[in-house]
Structures are given as structure tokens and as C-alpha cells.
Design a protein around this ligand. Structure first.
Ligand code: ADP
Ligand code: ZN
Ligand code: ZN
Length: 706
């Protein structure tokens, strides 16, 4: 309540220190202010936009230290208390200050203080802006007639619709089984309930799936759709965000950041491809948008649908334990036969450009029938490393413990230019004319990336129309779309590229999929590597044979007898997942335990390790506690055991210790009880903050790469 004596406001700012900052407000300012309002405040020598979270009569600051609000953005939407409540949960779950979660959740355009002239008016300008439909032209979809649902789809939909409140449904079905139709029917039903409900559809990536946005516009022609993703121009993104916040947009489609948008009338959430790694934010506050979507649904008391052909093992376990409800869609809608999986062992084969004779024949066969083929390789660039065979020099990155990748720049006329690019720190150099150590002028590329693979394919299949898609191609605005559209129009015979090709495209004429090298995920140090490999292989395989014609998937592997491929050959996710879960349980790995990672970076590795050693020592006395009192925030997933000890492992250098000139080390902690882990972090982190050391440290909860 605003009392006459209130004259200070507590403001959230996007700064790494502290949580709330006190500012003085004049009586005129305070009269109209409430929590959720936007203000411009002085910060050191600059100005910042902040969000008001409380009005108070007093402040702990000395009178001459407290500064005044510069402006109230009275045209801005007042953000609702339950949004702050949810973001407070996110902040406490990831152990970060609320301001560091809340401010970055606002569009960049609205986060920067308006210029003196434009003050306040940016919101009204945005409100007048027509929400440009996502993409135009080629994704125009015929007016939306939804197909009649199959029996399996109807069962799934009935289960979801029957949820009275919060419930998590795991919609499990292979690509093409009709999950999208189930989402759309459900969302349409929720929107039809009254005139203001909002629904959120989360997708891993929007730019690459024009089919989805086209479909949505056709099906929800009478709705304003807000599209939220980070590739939108600033003003457009801000306009869409504002429409979602003010309830003008009732269907919100977006990538991971969409979950942090205030949606006042939210009544349903769908997370498509829930297993996808891009739901995990990998910088700043490292949140999982999938987990936070579940947490949001729980707070709002609404149902959430997680959909996937290859659910995360976390979600799969939750379904087995009955905390999530499984809704299976067993078959493809257009009952095409599954592609036949062939395993080709490259050992002792006459490999040409990385392809075995059988692989080359399979591509040839598809092309000769006028069908399309897709060659998948998850490594972009020309070659992963450049070497001097005379002295053994390798193109190491001087800032990182990894190699620079040889890339060919797109040449317009003239000879192609090559560069050495570090995929981790981004440092880039011209290729040296001669070996830096011995002067030899014959430098040799080792191995193969998508660019070199493309060259090889052009040589092997000179008559074929070939197009490549990877991050390098996609860097040019619209280029990725062009490749996809051309493939749909049948203007491409042979597609070559990375995982980007695996996502959500439905190529009707594709009958042959080649996986050039499947082995890196089989025996990796990362226990999640097989899970990711299986998911991506299912996804690329799912591109083939959607029209119902015979098709095949050729996997080149030196381990053809690996059980992962047996399950894949049967397209049997359940048996793969259950076997993985059995292994994880036996080795006490997630999802049977909960983890957090303390990462430290310093100029010297010893400094980082020493800091971690002291952090560990400071934590040891707290481990024994075990039983949390009141405990940390509730889990988005399994709570695990109510209480269990926390284990602190030894500090170790990170798998890639050196990055961008910094040495990095980490300390893993885990517990069978999520509550105990959070309670421990609550007690431990303040002690770490007191430790001295020339390091930067960060805690990551539920890390997915260790
Ligand atoms: P998923 O999301 O599981 O990959 P989709 O919902 O996109 O599957 O369905 C795959 C294809 O089948 C789409 O072209 C879709 O229009 C079509 N489809 C889905 N459900 C039906 C149905 N009940 N009847 C006819 N066609 C359908
Ligand atoms: Zn040399
Ligand atoms: Zn580097």
C-alpha cells in the first residue's frame, strides 16, 4: 500500500552486485508509483532503466548517499506481481540476484534509458506498430483447415484437456506422428474458452521453421500472434513483447526467452522438442527454459505439454514415476514405412571423400530415382585442424586449449580465401603462407568439415544440385531459409550440413539420409553424449521417407554393434531410454542425482584450482548437515529424496581448460536430494563470496555439460 510517508523506492537493476537499490522519489513521483513500474535512475556516471519492486518510508542508506529517480516511464506497462514472484523463483533456483534475471528478460530496446527527447513515447510508438507476421512470402500457408485427428491424437488431446489445473503431459511421438496437430487443437480449445486467455508455444528455434509460423498464421488467422526470439530486430521484438505483456497478443510463440515474458492471462504452455539443448541458456543466468516452463505452469496452476520424439531422460523418468503423464503417439500419421537403417563400418573400406562405397551407392540410387538425399555431419568448416607434415605443427588456438578450424571464406570471383577460426573464442587469422615453426609451405588440412564434404560431393556427383546448410551459411540473413525453401521446391538434390538440417523440416521427396560419422557421441567423457546422439540420429532419420516411399538411413560407424544402433534401427526410443536410465541409476548419475557446478576462471590454472580448493574447504563443514531446514526452492523436476548428503568432488581443470586466454577449473557437487543441494548452496555461496582471490566464479545449477 502506498502510505503518505513513502518516499523511497527499491529498484531492480541489471548489475551483478546486490539485489535491490534504494532511490528517493519526490511526492509527485511517489503518488502514482507502484511495484512493477519502470524508472530511470542514476548509476555511477550513467543512467539505467530499473523496475520498482517496493515503496518504503525508510532507507538504510545515509542521507547524502541516496540519489533521486530521474524519470518515471509512465507509459510503460506495470508488470504484474506474479511475474516478479515467478522471476524470484527463477533467481533463487539459479542462485542469482533477481535484477540479473528480471532486467535481461526485458527487450533490449526497453532496457536502455530513452533519450531526453524521446522520453516515454517509445511505448506508444510500439503499441501503434502492426505486428509484422513472422517471415513473408514463401511460408504463406493455405487457409487453415485442421485435419481430423486420429484416434491416438484424440486420446492424447482428451488427456490434456481433462487436466483441471497444473499437470505435465509428456507427448511422446516420432517426427511426423502428429504432435503439432495435438498442440494446435489444444491451444485453439484454450483460446476459445474466453476472450482473453493467452497460450504459449515454445520452440527451440524459429528462424529455421517457417512452416510452423506459416501454419500458425493460417490456423489462428483471427488472433494476434506475438513472436519472440532474439534474431528479431530490436523494435519488432519490443513490439511483440509489449503485445504479449498487455494481453493484446493471445498466442505467444517463442524460443527460450519467451518463458520469462509477463503473460497476464496465460492458460496453457507447450514446449516442443523439449529435449533440445537450446532451451538451456549458456551464458549469464544459465536457466533451463523447459524446466522453468514447468515451474511457471505449476505456479499458475495450468497444464503444460512437453513434446518430443526423444524426451530428455529427466522427463522420461518423471513420466515413469507418474509425476508426468505420458501421452504416446505411436505411429507416423502418413503410415510410411520407417527408413531402413544400415550400418556401414568404414574400416578397410575404399573411402572416397569420407564416404564408403555403400554410402556412395545409396546416394547415387536416390539421385537416379529423382529423389533427394541428405548428408549429415556435425562439424562445420573445411577441416578441423591444419597441420605441417614436416614438423608436426598444428593450428592450435593461442587463447584456448583447442585447435583453430580451417574455414573457406565465400569468394566472389578470384581464388578462395582460407582462414583459421577458433570456434570457442572466435579469434580468426589468415592461414600462414608457411609453417610458423619450420617454414614448410605445404600445410595440410586434417579431417573434414561440411565445406570439404560439400567439395567432395560435388566431385562425386557432378550432375546433382547441391546445397549446404550450417551456421556459416546461416550467418547471412535469410540464407538458411533460402536453402530450405529451395529444397522444398525440389530445386536441390543433395543437402549437406549440420544439425540445422535436422530441425523440423519436412522434405517430402527425401529418401536417403547419410550420417557420415556417428562415433564421437558413443564413447565420450560426457555421460549425456549418447542421449544427444540418439536424439539427433532419430531426428535426421525422421527427415527421410515422410512421403511414404521406401527410404533408408546409412550410418557410418566403426562400432556397428553398439546397442545404441540396435535401438535406433528399431526406432525404439523407449528401450534406448530405459537402458540409459539403468546405467545412470547404477552409476548414480542424473536424473537420479542433482548436480551443480562451481566454475572459476583466472589467468593461471593454479589460482583457479586454489580458489576451488578453499571453496571446497569452506563447504565441507556444511555438507554433513544433510537435512535442510525449510530448504531451497521447490524443484521443477523430481524433488528426489527429501534429504541426502551433499558430495563435493575434487576441483579439476575444465575439459577445455583454456578459453579466450583464461584458465578454467570447476568443482562438481551433487546430492540425491534437490532440496538438500539448494539448502547447501544457500549456505555455501555467501562463504565463497567472502573468499579472496583474483578469480571470477559462477555457480551453475543442473549443468548439462560437465
Ligand atoms: P509432428 O509434430 O509429430 O512431427 P505433425 O503434427 O507435424 O507431426 O504431423 C505430421 C504431418 O501429418 C503434417 O503434415 C500434418 O499436417 C499431418 N497430420 C497430422 N495429423 C493429421 C491427421 N490427423 N490427419 C491427417 N494429417 C495429419
Ligand atoms: Zn613445420
Ligand atoms: Zn580460441
Amino acid at each position: 500500500m502506498i502510505s503518505v510517508r513513502d518516499s523511497f523506492v527499491q529498484v531492480l537493476l541489471d548489475v551483478p552486485i546486490g539485489e535491490r537499490f534504494d532511490y528517493r522519489a519526490t511526492p509527485e513521483q511517489i503518488a502514482d508509483l507502484a511495484p512493477g513500474d519502470w524508472v530511470v535512475v542514476p548509476w555511477a556516471q550513467t543512467r539505467k532503466v530499473g523496475l520498482v519492486v517496493a515503496l518504503t518510508a525508510t532507507t538504510d542508506l545515509a542521507d547524502d548517499r541516496v540519489r533521486g529517480i530521474l524519470a518515471v516511464l509512465d507509459d510503460a506497462p506495470r508488470l504484474p506481481a506474479d511475474w516478479f514472484g515467478f522471476l524470484g523463483f527463477v533467481a533463487s533456483y539459479y542462485h542469482r540476484p533477481l535484477g540479473e534475471v528480471a532486467l535481461p528478460a526485458l527487450p533490449k530496446l526497453l532496457r536502455s534509458p530513452p533519450g531526453a527527447k524521446a522520453r516515454g513515447s517509445v511505448f506508444s510508438r510500439l503499441r501503434r506498430r502492426a505486428l509484422a507476421p513472422p517471415g513473408t512470402g514463401s511460408d504463406a500457408h493455405p487457409p487453415g483447415r485442421s485435419p481430423e485427428l486420429s484416434a491416438a491424437q484424440r486420446d492424447a488431446l482428451a488427456q490434456i484437456i481433462a487436466s483441471p489445473g497444473f499437470e505435465v503431459h509428456l507427448l511422446h511421438g516420432v517426427t511426423g506422428s502428429g504432435k503439432t496437430e495435438v498442440y494446435l487443437h489444444w491451444l485453439a480449445a484454450v483460446l476459445a474458452r474466453d476472450a482473453c486467455t493467452q497460450v504459449l508455444l515454445m520452440v527451440p528455434e524459429i528462424g529455421l521453421t517457417p512452416q510452423l509460423t506459416g501454419l500458425l498464421r493460417a490456423r489462428f488467422a483471427d488472433q494476434t500472434i506475438a513472436v519472440l526470439h532474439s534474431d528479431l530486430p530490436d523494435a519488432e521484438r519490443a513490439a511483440h513483447w509489449l503485445a504479449a505483456v498487455e494481453g493484446r497478443a493471445r498466442l505467444i510463440v517463442g524460443t527460450r526467452l519467451a518463458v520469462l515474458t509477463p503473460m497476464p492471462a496465460l492458460a496453457a504452455i507447450v514446449v516442443d522438442e523439449e529435449h533440445d539443448g537450446s532451451y538451456k541458456q549458456q551464458e549469464g543466468v544459465r536457466y533451463s527454459a523447459r524446466d522453468m516452463a514447468v515451474a511457471l505452469a505449476s505456479r499458475r496452476g495450468i497444464p503444460v505439454v512437453l513434446g518430443s520424439a526423444t524426451p530428455s531422460l529427466e522427463s522420461w523418468l518423471a513420466a515413469q514415476r507418474g509425476r508426468y503423464r505420458l501421452a504416446p503417439l505411436a505411429d507416423r500419421v502418413h503410415a510410411g514405412a520407417w527408413p531402413v537403417l544400415r550400418r556401414i563400418d568404414p574400416k578397410r573400406k575404399a573411402m572416397v571423400h569420407g564416404l564408403a562405397p555403400e554410402t556412395r551407392q545409396a546416394i547415387e540410387l536416390a539421385l537416379s530415382k529423382g529423389e533427394q538425399a541428405l548428408v549429415f555431419m556435425n562439424r562445420r568448416g573445411f577441416a578441423p585442424v591444419l597441420t605441417c607434415e614436416a614438423c608436426g605443427w598444428l593450428s592450435a588456438c593461442e587463447n584456448c586449449s583447442t585447435f583453430r578450424v580451417l574455414h573457406r571464406q565465400a569468394a566472389t570471383g578470384g581464388p578462395a580465401r582460407y582462414t583459421l577460426l577458433c570456434h570457442h573464442c572466435g579469434a580468426q587469422d589468415r592461414v600462414p603462407r608457411a609453417c610458423p615453426t619450420c617454414g614448410n609451405i605445404d600445410l595440410t588440412p586434417l579431417g573434414r568439415g561440411t565445406q570439404r564434404l560439400e567439395d567432395g560431393l560435388r566431385e562425386l556427383f557432378p550432375g546433382a544440385r547441391i546445397a549446404r546448410l550450417d551456421r556459416d551459411v546461416a550467418r547471412h540473413r535469410g540464407a538458411a531459409r533460402e536453402v530450405i525453401d529451395a529444397a522444398h521446391r525440389g530445386e536441390v538434390d543433395l543437402l549437406v550440413g549440420t544439425q540445422m538440417l535436422a530441425k523440423g523440416h519436412d522434405f517430402r521427396n527425401l529418401s536417403c539420409v547419410v550420417v557420415v560419422d556417428a562415433d564421437s557421441g558413443l564413447y565420450s567423457g560426457d555421460f549425456r553424449a549418447p542421449e544427444r546422439l540418439f536424439a539427433v540420429l532419430m531426428q535426421v532419420a525422421g527427415r527421410a521417407g515422410r512421403a511414404g516411399a521406401a527410404s533408408e538411413v546409412v550410418v557410418q560407424t566403426r562400432f556397428p554393434l553398439h546397442p545404441l544402433f540396435d535401438a535406433l534401427a528399431r526406432y525404439d526410443f523407449a528401450s534406448f531410454a530405459n537402458a540409459q536410465l539403468a546405467e545412470r541409476r547404477a552409476s548414480a548419475l542424473p536424473p537420479f542425482v542433482f548436480q551443480a557446478l562451481l566454475r572459476v576462471e583466472a589467468t593461471k590454472l593454479e589460482t583457479a584450482l586454489d580458489f576451488l580448493g578453499r571453496a571446497r574447504a569452506a563447504g565441507e563443514p556444511l555438507c554433513a548437515v544433510g537435512a535442510p531446514s525449510g530448504g531451497g526452492p521447490d524443484a521443477p523436476g523430481a524433488p528426489g529424496a527429501p534429504t541426502a548428503p551433499v558430495t563435493l568432488f575434487d576441483p579439476v581443470p575444465m575439459p577445455m581448460a583454456r578459453l579466450a586466454g583464461k584458465e578454467r577449473a570447476q568443482l562438481l557437487l551433487e546430492s540425491a536430494s534437490r532440496k538438500a543441494l539448494h539448502a547447501f548452496l544457500d549456505a555455501w555461496l555467501p562463504r565463497i563470496a567472502e573468499l579472496k582471490g583474483a578469480v571470477r566464479w559462477q555457480i551453475e545449477v543442473d549443468p548439462i555439460e560437465i
